[in-house]
Structures are given as structure tokens and as C-alpha cells.
Design a protein around this ligand. Structure first.
Ligand SMILES: [Zn+2]
Length: 143
């Protein structure tokens, strides 16, 4: 049995609208709104799945201007995000579940044990805990 193409299109459109309008709290939503629509849908799907696993996301940084990125690079010369995937392709995220707070200082093992990293990879989202050769940036997630 084949699934009618019109039904597939309707389901995809409904999912798209749901993900475009998903809410994660005012501060998070404001940062998500600055992402290009296609990237926003992908990150919203990721955050919805994280919430389903009990992890409350906190977007600590989203889209940055060139001036903001230059300031961060000057303050932290080791940061490899020089050309800036924070142009709409990346989010910096913390997660909270119970008394666990995943943040920049959290070890990689703790991030991996959360299930969040494996989930990100299944959605084609790269993890800053392992994509930079000389810089551990576990809060960084990029497309
Ligand atoms: Zn980042």
C-alpha cells in the first residue's frame, strides 16, 4: 500500500507549522525567531525531542552580529567559531533536568549520558563537544 502523496504533503505541512510555532519560553522563543525558518524548524524539532526526554533547554546564545562575535573572539582567542556559525546555523544550549544542569563546564561524559548528543546526531546537528580539534565547546550545537 502506498501512502497518498497529498496526505504526506499535509502531514509535512502540519509538522512544519507545529515546529514553527512550538514555544520554549519567551527568552528562548525570541532567540529562535532570529534563525532562518528552515534552521528554526530543525532546532525546534531537536528541542521538542529534548523536552520529551525531560530536558528543559535554555538558549544562551543564538544569532550574533559580526560585532558581537568579534568581541567574543577578542575575549576568548581560543574560540574557533571565528567565521561564525552563529549567523543562524548554531545555538548555544544549556539543559536542566531535576538537579542536573548541563553547561559549558560539564564534562563530555555527562553530556553524552544525557542522551542529548546522540539525539542531536540523529537530527544532523553537530556537537561542539567534539567538532573542534582544540576547543571543548559542549554548549555549541550547529547544523
Ligand atoms: Zn556556539
Amino acid at each position: 500500500m502506498t501512502f497518498p502523496l497529498t496526505k504526506v504533503i499535509i502531514i509535512v505541512l502540519v509538522l512544519f507549522v507545529l515546529l514553527m510555532t512550538a514555544t520554549f519560553g519567551l527568552a528562548n522563543d525570541a532567540k529562535l525567531k532570529l534563525l532562518p525558518a528552515s534552521n528554526r524548524v530543525r532546532f525546534a524539532a531537536f528541542l521538542v525531542a529534548c523536552k520529551a526526554m525531560g530536558w528543559a533547554p535554555i538558549i544562551t546564545s543564538g544569532v550574533r552580529t559580526a560585532t558581537q562575535q568579534a568581541g567574543l573572539n577578542a575575549a576568548n582567542p581560543k574560540n574557533p567559531v571565528k567565521v561564525g556559525t552563529h549567523d543562524g546555523r548554531a545555538l548555544d544550549l544549556n539543559f536542566i533536568k531535576g538537579n542536573i544542569h548541563l553547561k559549558k563546564a560539564s564534562p563530555a561524559a555527562e553530556w553524552r549520558a544525557s542522551g542529548i548528543i546522540a539525539l542531536a546526531k540523529t537530527l544532523g546537528i553537530k556537537w561542539g563537544g567534539e567538532i573542534f580539534k582544540t576547543y571543548y565547546d559542549p554548549v555549541h550545537f550547529q547544523l
